[in-house]
Design a protein around this ligand. Structure first.
Ligand code: UDP
Length: 317
């Protein structure tokens, strides 16, 4: 069955890959984005597809349209980007969630919220299962994103209980791949771009903090599996790669795969930077029959190739 699907944040890094995958499956895609932290170049490859439509606007502005499903991805996800305008980040998360929920309520349709591992904050439980309530500083620099996403989860469950809206909630752990912006600020793109330019690789703190990196293609499979999972299964479900890596290990891997001789330099650790993060994906395995299949080495190779081309294009133009 082909559907008309709204993807908010469809011009972003994950959103644009999702639009492409949905179009490839024969669906029509309505992409909503204001390109506040992404580029229209992300959608260039399929912008002329007759089944693709772009609405250039903010998710926090009221929206009226008829669709069959909604994926809500609209929000800057890099700490550098979401801290630039924290009020707008909170607004995007809270008002944006209400807007898509109202649309789902009035149309009687399913809506999927992309939440985040940031709802666990600087976790005291490791790895993090969905049952963990988290350890978040509500007034810290990351609060605009962490609490914004927590508020969105609360809104999703309130609409589900009060108005029987058909909701799905996933918590996305660190994801990387092609179409991250060169100035995005997150660690994988920062280190790859620095390595390719022969600049110093910047490690914040001593590099012993950990993250678990999921390649974007694997994440998409999980997102779509959750959207189409059995009725009544709301989540939240963790989606991420359970291989835990220190940031220092990541820097060494990137240096090796780019054949770079860049030096590693240490910078101050940002406030409230989580010390460790790794998803417990038992629930996704059981209910969605999902687990990632791309190794970090393979995913990095694809991502490095992408940034090599981006750098060539930017130096030629
Ligand atoms: N980080 C780093 N160098 C960079 C960018 C980030 O060492 O150039 C660190 C950052 O302090 C954090 C980890 O890498 O500990 C992941 O940061 P990112 O911004 O990618 O995402 P987060 O998981 O913190 O939201």
């Amino acid at each position: 069955m082909t559907l008309r699907i709204l993807v908010t944040g469809g011009g972003g890094f994950i959103g644009s890959h999702l639009c492409q995958r949905l179009l490839n499956s024969g669906h029509s895609v309505l992409c909503l984005d204001n390109f506040s932290s992404s580029s229209p170049r992300n959608i260039a490859a399929f912008a002329s597809n007759p089944r693709f439509q772009l609405i250039e606007r903010d998710v926090a502005a009221p929206l009226f349209t008829e669709v069959d499903q909604i994926y809500n991805l609209a929000c800057p996800a890099s700490p550098v980007q979401y801290q630039r305008d924290p009020v707008h980040t909170l607004r995007t998360n809270a008002v944006g969630a209400m807007n898509v929920l109202e649309l789902a309520r009035s149309g009687g349709i399913r809506v999927l919220q992309t939440s985040t591992s940031e709802v666990y904050g600087d976790p005291n439980i490791h790895p993090q299962p969905e049952s963990y309530w988290g350890h978040v500083n509500p007034i810290g620099l990351r609060a605009c994103y962490d609490e914004g996403k927590r508020c969105a989860e609360a809104l999703f469950f309130a609409y589900h209980r009060q108005h029987s809206v058909d909701i799905k909630v996933v918590r996305i752990f660190n994801t990387y791949g092609p179409r991250t912006q060169m100035n995005d600020g997150r660690v994988v793109s920062n280190l790859i771009v620095q390595a390719l330019r022969g600049e110093d690789l910047t490690i914040y703190g001593n590099g012993s903090q950990t993250r678990s990196f999921c390649y974007v293609d694997d994440l998409l499979t999980g997102l779509i599996a959750m959207m189409n999972s059995e009725p009544g299964f709301t989540g939240p479900v963790n989606l991420g790669n359970p291989r835990e890596t220190t940031i220092l290990e990541l820097a060494h891997l990137i240096r090796e795969h780019t054949h770079s001789r860049s030096k590693i330099v240490f910078k101050p650790l940002p406030q409230d930077d989580p010390r460790q993060r790794m998803p417990d994906i038992a629930l996704a395995r059981e209910r969605l029959h999902w687990s990632p299949s791309t190794s970090l080495e393979e995913g990095l190779r694809h991502t490095i190739e992408y940034f090599q081309q981006e750098l060539q294009t930017s130096t030629c133009s």
